[in-house]
Design a protein around this ligand. Sequence first.
Ligand code: ADP
Ligand code: ZN
Ligand code: ZN
Length: 805
Amino acid sequence: MIASVIVDVASKQTNKAFDYLVPAPFIPTVKPGMRVIVPFGPRKVQGFVLAVKGDTDVDTSKLKAVEDLVDVKPALTGELLQLAEWLTNKALCLQVIALKSMLPAAMRASYNKRISLAEGVNEQDLSEELKTFFHKNGSVMWDEVKKKSETLLGAVQKEIKSGRLFVEPVVKSNETKKKTNVVQRVLSTAEANEHAEALEKKAPKQSEVLRFMEEEPIAVARLLEKTNVSSGTVKSLVSKGFLTQFEVEEYRDPYEGRDFGVSKALPLMDQQKTALEAITSTVKEDRHETFLVHGITGSGKTEVYLQAIDYALKKGREAIVLVPEISLTPQMVHRFKERFGSEVAVLHSALSKGEKYDEWRKIRDKEVTVAVGARSAIFAPFENLGMIIIDEEHESSYKQEEAPRYHARDVAIERGKTYGCPVILGSATPSMESFARAKKGVYNLITMDRRVNDVKLPHVDIVDMRDELKSGNRSMFSVKLLDAMKDRLEKQEQIVLFLNRRGYSTFVLCRDCGYVAECPHCDISLTYHRSNQTCQCHYCGYQVTKPNRCPECESDHIRFFGSGTQKVEEELKKVLPEAKVIRMDVDTTRRKGSHEKLLTAFEKGGGDILLGTQMIAKGLDFPNITLVGVLTADTMLHIPDFRASEKTFQLLTQVSGRAGRHKKPGEVVVQSYTPEHFSIQLVKEHDYLSFFNREMYFRKQGEYPPYFFVTLINVSATELTKVVSVTGKIADYLRSSLSETTIIHGPATSAIPRIKDRYRYQCMIKYKNEPRIIHVLQEILKTYQAEMSRTDLAINIDTNPYMLM
Ligand code: ADP
Ligand code: ZN
Ligand code: ZN
């Protein structure tokens, strides 16, 4: 038997499968999708088995053999192996990088395998040679068996296959499986009640425990919490022989011990009904189709998702739900757990590696049918997918910014085609790309423009901060916002204050007239470079020295922009000393679980004002929030990115959606230095369509997506001259090999010209129709592959860049 293996060596030369002999003892086990250890040159490396076959073109006497198995069950399904091939081509990355990105982080760590007796199997049932191994504690490590002999290893694998032994990975760090102390009743229900009665007087606590416990074992910690007794009480019951206590290995369920309750499907509003019917009809017919659900905040999209998933599950299929990392709030998780209970696995970056691995394993082992998670959950190893949902589809976090540089939306559609199932993109502010596709009929557009129960959208006020300054208000709060805050404090209603930190202090703004320095050739803001006091365009390389006076109004109030949450908090203490402020930013949420704690505290009324950054923009649904204040709407507007307006409109709409979601009406105050900008004005009107049309006009003018495709080539190395010459040659090559209508910018320095002593240059390609592009880009990588493996030169290509830094 021959295995063709993709080895884990990061070099272009190894970007193909190599054949290895499979030694006899491994033959029953080796399958495509498993990881193995193979010799590669002088090293031993991990690799993925792509296929197993009977023969090879290579001279078999020259073949090396597989040394060991990493997995005993395939880590990747056949479908994921194919998807990896597609991804390799699409994202121009090494195949091994694509394969590894589909596994949870814990599986990228090194680990051993533990072999245990299956349930109901006695060591006496095993052959003589195996018996001794399992005699003592019922399990043995793979490495130990392997050390003994090959025949023994063969025998073990046979038993694994027959089901009498089973194998599980043990991560070689401290992230091993967790053991939990549990107790179980030895008595029947009738006996338990009898004893409970007898103990009622003398030991009421013990009596209570007996009454509380059901037949199933329960974790001691949970029992104590539920009955509010001490561990002594439980011990007494154990020593009386009423309960037995033992340890079980448990999935580390990060949501363990919480009561999620049960939620039932709500009777739907008309628009929800229409949406649901369109989606379920495709599930019924096993038909792939991509839907774009354009639904305003609070229109009941999530309820539609829940019922659509339910339909797919009832048909025996599985579902993946992607939610942006920052809106994967406890609230969001609860809504899925309440509806689908233990059918749900949650993949969240806040989980430990071990927890994530356990959740992933539940999916692989088909113990759950719904996966809810951030970007990488798109690779959930289901094999009978019936639905993929991407909530807040416009979020840029769905794009991975390191190899493989993929967008989850593209992966979702690829998998949707494979399984013949719908992909549902949902947003109140769809991305320009998706909405344009929906308008062209590539996606099926579903519109939900009414809130559930016709709750009104909040009233939005836009305050011109230049006027505030003119009238002598130098504080960061406008009079309007301050008055509104005072009013809410009086009424004991809650306030959300939003401070945008992205793009912080990198652009130059005149505080008197709102002027922002822009590139005369590219219509994007210039980036301020502290090192040499210049403003630069990192698309085309244009640069000017930083102005000391505003070129528009001559004011010297021109500076780079921003203020941090801490500063805002101090200011709040001065102007509203009685307000209880909960601050949420990267500093206050670093510790695991603190994000949730702060939100819960706020929900329970432990704060009047929730002050935060991006992380409070989404997913909050608290009835008592009636005022949202946006301190500086402009920060996002001037990041050097053609998506700046889009991001601004999306973010402001999102934040506004936090106010007045329930009975009490909401109000939003947006402070801005450029209030006339359409992406700010149209938030006031809640008018996505006008925004879309205006922005499309600018995209057409600027030759940006969705009219043009953009590819970004980044070149970096420690030696500047090399970076310059390589980027120059690449630009020349592009100009000579791509069509006339294609636009090539560069070479230009990147927005961050040097990171960790590496100089960075880039080329940008804008094209409409360029069938040869992937080929041309692959040629570039091929040309430099030798140099890249020899030196520290790196060339990264992104065919759909979201970070233009
Ligand atoms: P979206 O995801 O579009 O922002 P949600 O699904 O969160 O909207 O719905 C907003 C609120 O309305 C939630 O509190 C939800 O429970 C409630 N809701 C949704 N659909 C219905 C319905 N059909 N009947 C009553 N309440 C609903
Ligand atoms: Zn000015
Ligand atoms: Zn420019």
